[in-house]
Design a protein around this ligand. Structure first.
Ligand SMILES: [Zn+2]
Ligand SMILES: [Zn+2]
Length: 260
């Protein structure tokens, strides 16, 4: 039977939690119908892959996906491209990134680009094949500063939405609706503080709004900033489950989630 699971290589979001490594920041490894996909390889991704038990082998990756060019998402993308291609000696794998990750002040170095089979710039409304039974869509542009896309993964048996960093706006719920599993980058505990400081991230309250509108079978919160880490995300997730009637989990570093 085909394997379907997610492994959280890190759950840190925003600068303080990442730079102090209060949580790890390696991104997310997804295995969908035996297709291995790496999403948002932040600082420490390679180290986390190789120190995972069992070890995650970068040469097994079919693709690397980047939601946007911020360092907490993109820091390890070059070394992961090198690892995926065995140091550049085996041209292998595909890389999907917003166009602004390739242009001015590119996060993907020019000399690394030839290591992979293809680099695909993402676009609004795009649908991309990762394997015969695995596709993903980029339904809309997020409001986050740099060009930013979330992902909707589709396999014959399940749909998984990943809402990456963004300011909340009502179109998000419709764009990511119809999923069995919903991943939400929940950086901030409170919404008010954000408006004051003009931080373009989702808060716990925004996560609740999205979970109530989308009503997936399971929602997983991840990418925590300082205010979320201090408030014990696992307790907040439990409260959210009780309030919404949807199973809500808080991701932890190294957590593996078997897709039902
Ligand atoms: Zn960001
Ligand atoms: Zn982020």
């Amino acid at each position: 039977m085909a394997e379907n699971w997610l492994k959280f290589l890190g759950t840190a979001g925003a600068r303080f939690v990442v730079t102090k490594q209060l949580r790890a920041s390696g991104g997310l490894w997804a295995c969908l119908e035996d297709v291995h996909i790496l999403i948002d390889p932040g600082p420490g991704c390679l180290v986390r892959c190789l120190s995972s038990k069992p070890k995650l082998d970068p040469t097994k990756l079919a693709a690397i996906l980047l939601s946007h060019r911020h360092l907490d998402h993109a820091n390890d993308i070059n070394i992961m491209m090198e690892a995926m291609s065995e140091g550049g000696f085996q041209r292998r794998g595909r890389v999907f990134v917003p166009r602004d990750a390739l242009e001015q002040d590119p996060v993907i170095l020019h000399y690394v680009r030839g290591y992979v089979e293809e680099i695909v710039p993402l676009r609004v409304g795009g649908r991309y094949a990762l394997g015969p039974n695995v596709h993903f869509r980029t339904p809309l542009a997020h409001q986050h500063g740099p060009e930013t896309f979330g992902f909707v993964f589709e396999t014959p048996k399940r749909t998984i939405s990943y809402i990456t960093c963004t300011l909340y706006f009502p179109e998000l719920a419709k764009a990511y609706a119809g999923c069995d599993l919903l991943l939400i980058n929940t950086v901030r505990r409170k919404k008010e503080e954000m408006e004051e400081r003009k931080i373009r991230h989702l808060s716990l309250e925004d996560a609740r709004t999205l979970i109530e509108a989308i009503r997936p079978r399971t929602a997983i919160l991840t990418h925590f900033g300082m205010t979320m880490v201090r408030a014990k995300p696992w307790e907040l997730a439990k409260e959210l489950s009780a309030e919404t009637g949807v199973e809500v989990l808080a991701a932890s570093d190294g957590m593996r989630f078997e897709l039902p």
